[in-house]
Each structure stands twice: as structure tokens, then as C-alpha cells.
Design a protein. Structure first.
Length: 52
């Protein structure tokens, strides 16, 4: 996940919108997979990325 964040920040700084969209799609796929296949996924996601 840390590598994913670094790549996203690098793309945002480089104004590489197509790559940002690709990385966002990748994250969405990971989240949906976790929610579908792991019982504790929602709790884990909320702990890691709770509402501001």
C-alpha cells in the first residue's frame, strides 16, 4: 500500500491524470475484493482510513 501511495503522489505531482485514474481504479478493485472476500475487511478499512 505504501508503494501505491508513493506512485499516486508522484503522478499527482507530475500532473499525470491518466495514471492517477489507473491507480484509483486499482485501489477500488482492491477495496471491493476485500469487502467481498474478507469478513473483517470493513472493520479493517475503517480503522486504517476512518472518516476525517
Amino acid at each position: 500500500m505504501d508503494d501505491w501511495r508513493k506512485r499516486l503522489v508522484d503522478c499527482l505531482e507530475a500532473d499525470a491524470h491518466a495514471k492517477v485514474t489507473e491507480l484509483q481504479d486499482q485501489l477500488q478493485s482492491w477495496i471491493l475484493w476485500e469487502l467481498e472476500y474478507r469478513d473483517s475487511a470493513l472493520d479493517s478499512l475503517l480503522k486504517a482510513y476512518g472518516p476525517a
